[in-house]
Design a protein around this ligand. Structure first.
Ligand code: AMP
Ligand code: ZN
Length: 119
């Protein structure tokens, strides 16, 4: 584990500070930063620092960091002020899932009443 080195991955570049981002939370395992094109008043992305493409590439080696990341979500939601009002966590996977960036990420979205079901 550790800082990812995928040179053509924009989220690895964000982790490595080669591309700027507005960091909400960071530690040695994960990074949370504001989405560049927010879909709601509050929209952050939470990523493991280890590079893997999607849920389809997740293996038991990633179990510890993903459990850690998941446990951190409520704290990150609190940092952007939506822990109490509520929020949605989304992980797009593959073409039909609408995944554009091929580094696993959770969207944490809130700050307004969200519609359900998604499109
Ligand atoms: P997805 O469609 O699930 O792969 O989501 C990718 C997300 O990354 C989108 O919501 C984009 O707005 C966001 N995004 C792309 N590039 C950047 C960037 N440089 N900084 C912050 N967010 C980004
Ligand atoms: Zn990456």
């Amino acid at each position: 584990m550790g800082v990812s080195k995928m040179s053509d991955c924009i989220f690895c570049k964000i982790i490595n500070k080669e591309i700027p981002s507005k960091v909400v939370y960071e530690d040695e395992k994960i990074l949370a930063f504001h989405d560049l094109n927010p879909t709601a008043p509050k929209h952050v992305l939470v990523i493991p620092k280890v590079h893997f493409e999607s849920l389809n590439e997740m293996t038991s080696e990633h179990a510890e960091v993903m459990a850690y990341l998941t446990l951190k979500l409520k704290e990150i939601a609190g940092l952007i002020g939506i822990a109490e009002s509520g929020y949605r966590v989304v992980c797009n996977c593959g073409a039909d899932g609408g995944q554009e960036v091929k580094h696993l990420h959770y969207h944490v979205i809130g700050g307004r009443k969200l519609q359900w079901p998604p499109g």
